[in-house]
Design a protein around this ligand. Sequence first.
Ligand SMILES: [Zn+2]
Length: 136
Amino acid sequence: MKKQIKLLHPCTDLKPIINKYIHDKWQQTWNSKTQNKLYQIYPTIPSYSTLSSSYQRKDQIIYNQVRIGHARLTHSYLTEHTDPPKCTNCNQLLYVKHILTEYNSYDQTQHQHCSINDIKNIFNHTPSQNILNLQL
Ligand SMILES: [Zn+2]
């Protein structure tokens, strides 16, 4: 016969405590991954989704790809078996960070969509739709 345990509080009271414990463990692991591209943007794990679920799945995927620096514009060469794209302005390899923060001739479009020139702050303070509008 199973022994029943009487809890003083309902199980739902434990949920926020368990969530905090998991979040803290995740943050500890994350803190050891400082070379991860996403760590530069999110050193602190957000306790909420970074892109609203009201966005279509396709846009959520594109947004997350841009966040980790793997946009179609910068990485499609891998599947197309071509040379990596280079910046038409300075001829260096084209990276998302370069496009969003350093690419001077892109300024007009960049500032139209992202008025901040620090990669971390772009994703933390620029509306998601503005980043999606860049169509990277
Ligand atoms: Zn450039």
